[in-house]
Each structure stands twice: as C-alpha cells, then as structure tokens.
Design a binder for this molecule. Structure first.
Ligand SMILES: [Zn+2]
Length: 203
C-alpha cells in the first residue's frame, strides 16, 4: 500500500485518498504533476513519485456525522470492509468521541456483487444502532439511515447501489469504444450480437 506524506506531515494511503491529505486537505506535490491528468486514470508505473502512488479506490458512499464532536464531517466508504474506530489504523477514523472504541467499533461493508452497503458490529464492547435498533449481525443500510456509535450519530449516504456502480461506467466506456470500432468497420450495430459472436468458437 502506497503511503504519502502531506506538507503538514500526515501519512495517508494514496490508494484510498489519492494525492489529497484526508486530514488537512493539502495536496501532495508529485514528482510528475502530469500524471494526474492521465486520460485513462491509470498512473504510469515508470513515473517517479513521492512514495508509491497507486490508483485511488473509488468511493462507494459516505458517513456524515450529524451529532457529536465530529458533527459536519464526512467519511468515505470504499469497496469491501471499512473498519471504524478512533485509532489511526482504522479505515474510518472518528476522533473526539471517546465512547467510540479505538478499534473495530463497527465495520461498514460495500458488497459490489450485491450492490449493497452493510454494517456489522465490531468486536469491541461498543454498541451499534441503526435507526435506534441495536445491531448484532450484518444489516443492510438504506440511504439516510441513522447510525449511532458512542455519543455520535451519522447519516449513511449511498453512492453505489442499484442506480450507480463504477463498474457500469467502465462498461459504458468499453461499449462506446467498441461502437466506434464497429462504425469504422461499417456493419454490426447490435452490441449484443457482437458480444456473443466474440465468445462463440470460430467455425
Ligand atoms: Zn495533512
């Protein structure tokens, strides 16, 4: 995992946050700023960077603190498991509320197959409530559900789900490219047909 250090000295994961420090929002100046404009969004491995910059994970949703010491702050949720607690080893670090466990108070999961965000209680003592109900196993989250941890409350805001998924965007781009190629060749305007013919064995 590539770590970057911002001008203020904060260490953060470039894969998770790109080149913007999540603590102070200062940009880390890269050895080659042109890489940021890479049209494909894929950084060239041979380009020298400060640290080992990888492609940033796309966000799948947010927690927004609506009550508690971090009121007004938002926290990104990424694909797969997001461990939540006060420690800086947590994926989602909530500061200021000592009633939130240091480690694993809760786990937020975005499941790309199900296209659902779920919350699980962590292995700490702290309780997890969703819309005032105690959570003791995996629970699917709906947009604007209220999550209570320690003395703080958070809104869950979804991005990925039935209406949007980053993968679909990639498919659209691929299909657009395919369409352009097909136009150049002239015939074959039905994408479904061409997909099948590509997969079928040659006669
Ligand atoms: Zn910083």
């Amino acid at each position: 995992m590539g770590l970057l250090r911002c001008p203020e000295g904060h260490l953060f994961s470039s894969r998770r946050y790109g080149s913007i420090c999540p603590y102070c929002h200062k940009a880390v100046r890269l050895a080659n700023d042109n890489a940021i404009d890479d049209a494909e969004g894929i950084y060239n491995d041979s380009t020298p960077y400060i640290g080992d910059l990888e492609v940033m994970d796309p966000v799948t949703g947010w927690l927004v603190c609506i009550d508690g010491p971090s009121k007004g702050r938002d926290y990104k949720i990424f694909t797969a498991k997001n461990f939540l607690g006060r420690s800086d080893s947590m994926d989602i670090q909530i500061l200021g509320d000592n009633a939130i466990a240091k480690k694993n108070h809760a786990v937020l999961v975005y499941d790309p197959k199900k296209r659902k965000t779920l919350i699980l209680p962590g292995d700490s003592k702290g309780l997890v409530y969703v819309n005032d109900e105690g959570i003791y196993g995996p629970q699917e989250l709906d947009d604007h559900d209220v999550i209570e941890l320690g003395k703080s409350r958070f809104l869950f805001i979804s991005l990925c789900g039935e209406r949007f998924e980053w993968e679909d965007l990639d498919d659209v781009n691929k299909n657009n490219k395919k369409d352009n190629n097909q136009e150049a060749e002239g015939e074959n305007d039905e994408r479904d047909k061409s997909d099948k013919s590509e997969k079928s064995k040659p006669l």
